[in-house]
Design a protein around this ligand. Structure first.
Ligand code: DCP
Ligand code: CA
Ligand code: CA
Length: 978
């Protein structure tokens, strides 16, 4: 059923990673060697004291890993970015978490980074003896407990131990877990495949992380269940099954007096909702085959919790979180989300021992499916909430089974659930969803409770405010501040102490109304049966530690695949992508207190409107990288990253081309329209459904042409490469909308060849990216036809980098007219050659271009001390040469700067203009006519959009100068800036 897709990870490309990453490691080692060579050339090696020593830096060190890498380079040692069993001599660390320490092998040596510093100071290789950490652990295998005392003088400061006991922390953690939906929790546990999986540089990090992430489990199963219930509603055979099961139940029922006495007052109006929830779900599942354990306090944690039995129990306080604890543990005050250390202390206070059990994800899936199916066998009036919880509208079923008291049915249902799952659950019943939910709390554990008609007020008055769904301490605090002489605790107090107006003033309009209603037991909601998510996202705020943009892009690829999977699972596509980043605050320590956590960060986000509704991982990846390049941050300071797709559309509904109301949006009309379009500007107009095939056809010309206008209309921080969003369209002022509609009706003609330009660009770029990362050794292992394709792509890129693009096309001199590659119309060279400029250039001009090129390249070769072979130019050198303006080099950065410049000044200052002109000429000399072209077009558009009249004249002079230079370089050609 839905939600079980996680096991298919093996065939989604992970297989490639083993081989690919091995190659990547080799590449990094080679890179290190190369860096060493450069270093030797630049600064001269300072000593050779670390000759033969290879280190792998793990966890936080002082100085940080980068610095240690440099020191190893300068003193003849080797630094490994990835752990390699055969090559690493020493782990260098200042502290390791417990989960890692446990995995150390007898021969693993963990050495404090001070050793490196001291060796350099004394200019000799010192013995590691006094610097070794966790010696006891590494020398005596089989020892399960660590004697922490003997670890002196090295102090352990890890996520699991040595954190001072604090009640505040517990409260924070409770609040945090209940509100957080991002993947922030620790993942280290006893079964890590390898120590180095623990940061996002590792190719298996995300996979391992998600497998171990309970938040991922909880959010993905909630989605899966919603989709599952929704899909089941479409199945006729399931309705037949329900009829059968109901009939069987009716025959089985032995009615009692209670049943005959129960009846709904008004069958048309009165509702009976049930809220049903498994008891201490994770614990119940983990113990479903050992029910005898259930009488003792049990918690589900990543940590086994063994260390508190040592004599140092007060010294070490586990910050491992408890995801679920059973009711035997709850009687001591232990709660879900509490730190393990705190829970252990509470147990100790009662001379009890807390049993810590591991996560049984497979079991959670099985039990959750059985739980849902048992209920769904009787009704489809279900709203899935999470893996262990749902709302059911029982009204229709109770009418069908009458005379029957609702609790009679519920006890039979719960018995069946217990039988199928071997786990207990509790249920609450009431006339609305809120009261039903509160009734479940009352019923727990393993019980049921019905708030019958007429008893609602009595019931709600007794309820604690903090038990109301979504209400936390901060809200209670706000209320309390207004009534310092009362301790506000119950709904009754809210009813008596605050008017609606007061609540709105204190809490804001919306929240004030909600609290007013909730405290009176008012809830007008009905089951939400259509799953309409607002966004599908993935956030990772744990283990994000990159040194290079390359490492980050590899991780983005994984995130994009995961997001694609989530979209598929939710049966959604989206048209907007948001990238959020969390960057370490400049005043925050490099490594926060929580191991591999975020610490204090500055957060920012950017969004992009996409061409169409997508779930394609490649598009997500490329657009994310584009957006990332627009942020200004130091890669090493990145602590969290999140991708989110919004403006969603159900893929199952899309097939029919209708939105949820059954009418088409303007966007859809555009999307499905084919060759002879009649453009509808009436959003409500019903148009014949498109045939299946029309859905897959190319987007019509008109849609492409809206691009420029759509761009103009977007907010500053969004860039719109695609067509107009219907939502945006509807919100436009009437005049602009009319103008736009007019434009859509009579678009100026555009050459056919422009149709799929952007799509091709994406494919081209994605391939370029791939070839960038392919190592020679990997290449050699590929099948011959793929090798050939990659070799061709590389060749093509060499041409691209040699010959500058002009307005999206390239001028490539033909040296040999009989060259077979030119004869073949379908090959890539011809595509590149297919430019309007080329057609108008005479033979003579071509020759002059050829001549000019030869001269320039020779000139460069003469002046440059390094032999300039295109393929050998190293990346950082290329970047160094790249012309810049005020330190900006990337297209987006320069564009941002231009926009600000044009926006903020009514008239351009001559010095600035000169600067910009020189920069453009530098770019032309750098063979980047494409960028010049884009920047000029962009500037002109900005000037026009912002109606900066005084700019026109001065800018035209600049353009003329640039065009002149361009003409000199390209045989008299001019850039098309229309
Ligand atoms: N969960 C978690 N972290 C939390 C809260 C819950 O990982 N802070 C997980 C473990 C729970 C499951 O979600 O077993 C279901 O959450 P519930 O809130 O339903 O709690 P339980 O089922 O554990 O207990 P209860 O009997 O109170 O429902
Ligand atoms: Ca539960
Ligand atoms: Ca629950």
């Amino acid at each position: 059923m839905a939600g079980r897709g996680a096991g298919q990870r093996g065939d989604n490309g992970w297989g490639e990673w083993g081989g690919y990453m091995a190659a990547k490691k080799r590449k990094l080692e080679e890179q290190f060697d190369k860096d060493c060579m450069n270093n030797v050339q630049q600064h001269e090696r300072k000593s050779n004291i670390f000759h033969g020593i290879s280190i792998f830096v793990d966890g936080h060190t002082e100085p940080p890993a980068d610095e240690l890498k440099k020191l190893m380079m300068e003193h003849g040692g080797i630094y490994h970015a990835y752990y390699s069993k055969d090559k690493v001599t020493y782990f260098i660390s200042n502290n390791l978490p417990y989960a890692k320490i446990r995995k150390l092998k007898p021969n693993d040596k963990v050495v404090n980074s001070q050793w490196i510093i001291d060796c350099i100071k004394q200019n000799k290789l010192l013995s590691t003896h006094d610097y070794e950490m966790y010696k006891d652990k590494t020398k005596s295998r089989g020892q399960t407990e660590l004697n922490f005392k003997r670890m002196e003088p090295m102090k352990l400061i890890t996520s699991d131990f040595n954190v001072p006991n604090s009640d505040d922390e517990e409260n924070n953690s409770l609040e945090k877990t209940s509100s957080s939906s991002s993947e922030t929790e620790e993942i280290q546990d006893e079964d890590d495949d390898h120590l180095s999986v623990l940061d996002a540089k590792h190719p298996k990090f995300l996979e391992t992380f998600l497998k171990r992430s309970r938040l991922h489990y909880l959010s993905s199963t909630a989605v899966a269940k919603k989709v599952y219930v929704q899909d089941l509603r479409q199945k006729t055979e399931h309705r037949l099954l329900i009829d059968k099961r109901r009939e069987e139940l009716k025959n089985k029922l032995q009615r009692t007096e209670r049943d005959y006495l129960f009846k709904l007052n008004d069958e048309k109006k009165d509702k009976i909702y049930m809220h049903i929830d498994m008891d201490c779900f994770f614990v119940s599942v983990a113990t479903r085959n050992q029910p005898e354990l259930r009488d003792q306090p049990i918690a589900i944690t990543h940590s086994k919790g063994n260390k508190s039995t040592t004599s140092n129990e007060h010294q070490f306080f586990s910050r491992s979180e408890i995801s679920s604890c059973n009711y035997a543990a709850r009687q001591y005050g232990i709660r879900n989300g509490m730190y393990l250390g705190k829970a252990q202390e509470l147990c100790r206070n009662h001379q009890a021992k807390l049993l810590c059990l591991p996560y049984d994800y497979e079991g959670f899936h099985i039990v959750s499916d059985l739980f849902y199916n048992t209920v769904l066998n009787y009704t489809l009036d279900v709203e899935a909430v999470s893996c262990d919880e749902m709302y059911v509208d029982l009204t229709e079923l109770i009418i069908y089974l009458k005379p029957l008291h609702p609790l009679t049915f519920v006890s039979l249902l719960r018995e069946e659930i217990q039988l199928n799952t071997k786990c207990p659950c509790s249920a609450g019943l009431a006339s609305n969803m809120l009261l039903a939910r509160l009734a479940t709390r009352q019923a727990k554990p393993n019980g049921q409770y019905y708030v019958e008609k007429g008893y609602e007020q009595e019931f709600i008055s007794k309820q604690k405010i903090l038990d109301l769904p979504g209400i936390g301490l901060s809200l209670l605090d706000k209320l309390q501040q207004n009534y310092s002489h009362h301790t506000i605790e119950t709904c009754k107090q809210i009813q008596n102490l605050f008017s609606l107006e007061q609540l709105k003033t204190i809490l804001g309009k919306k929240q004030g109304q909600t609290i007013y209603d909730m405290s009176r037991g008012i809830d007008m909601r009905t089951l939400s049966k259509d799953y309409l998510p607002k966004s599908i996202s993935i956030d990772v705020n744990y283990g994000i530690r990159f040194q290079t943009f390359d490492e980050l892009t590899l991780f983005i690829k994984q995130l994009s695949l995961e997001l694609h999977k989530r979209l598929k699972q939710a049966e959604q596509k989206g048209k907007q992508l948001t990238v959020k980043i969390r960057v370490r605050c400049s005043d925050a320590p490099i490594e926060p207190e929580k191991f591999m956590g975020c610490g204090k960060t500055d957060d920012s986000s950017r969004l992009i409107n996409l061409h169409s509704y997508i779930d394609d991982p490649t598009i997500i990846e490329l657009e994310t990288i584009k957006l990332l390049k627009q942020f200004h941050f130091i890669v090493a300071d990145l602590r969290g990253i999140g991708l989110s797709i919004t403006q969603l559309q159900s893929t199952t509904k899309n097939i029919h081309g209708k939105d949820t109301n059954g009418t088409r949006t303007l966007f859809e009309c555009n999307q499905f329209r084919v060759s002879k379009p009649v453009i509808s500007t009436d959003n409500n107009q019903n148009i014949d459904q498109p045939s299946e095939s029309s859905v897959t056809r190319k987007r019509p010309i008109q849609q492409e042409q809206t691009t420029a206008i759509a761009r103009k209309l977007t907010r500053h921080d969004c860039y719109t490469p695609g067509q107009i969003d219907p939502e945006v369209m509807n919100e436009l002022p009437t005049q602009i909308r009319q103008e736009l509609e007019e434009y859509l009706k009579n678009p100026p003609s555009l050459p056919e060849s422009n149709l799929d330009l952007d799509r091709n660009e994406i494919v081209e770029k994605s391939f370029t990216q791939v070839i960038d990362h392919i190592d020679e050794s990997v290449l050699n292992e590929l099948p011959p036809e793929m090798r050939h394709e990659i070799a061709m792509a590389k060749k093509l890129r060499t041409i691209e980098s040699k010959y500058p693009p002009i307005g999206g096309k390239r001028l490539v001199p033909i040296t040999n007219p009989s060259n077979p590659t030119i004869k073949d119309k379908s090959n890539a060279f011809n595509v590149l050659m297919n430019s309007p400029q080329k057609q108008t250039i005479t033979k003579k001009t071509l020759n002059s271009i050829k001549k000019w090129r030869t001269e320039t390249i020779l000139h460069e070769e003469r002046n440059d001390p390094i032999v300039r072979n295109e393929q050998n130019v190293n990346q950082s050198e290329k970047l160094k040469q790249q012309p810049n303006i005020a330190g900006c080099t990337s297209l987006n950065d320069v564009k941002l700067m231009l926009r600000e410049w044009i926006e903020t000044s009514d008239e351009p200052n001559q010095i600035d203009l000169d600067l910009f002109q020189n920069y453009l000429i530098d770019l032309l000399n750098f063979y980047n006519a494409e960028m010049v072209h884009q920047l000029l077009i962009y500037s002109l558009l900005q000037i026009k959009t912002l109606t900066k009249i005084k700019w026109n004249e001065k800018f035209q002079i600049l353009i003329n100068t640039v065009q002149k230079h361009f003409g000199q370089m390209y045989g008299g050609a001019t850039m098309d800036l229309s």
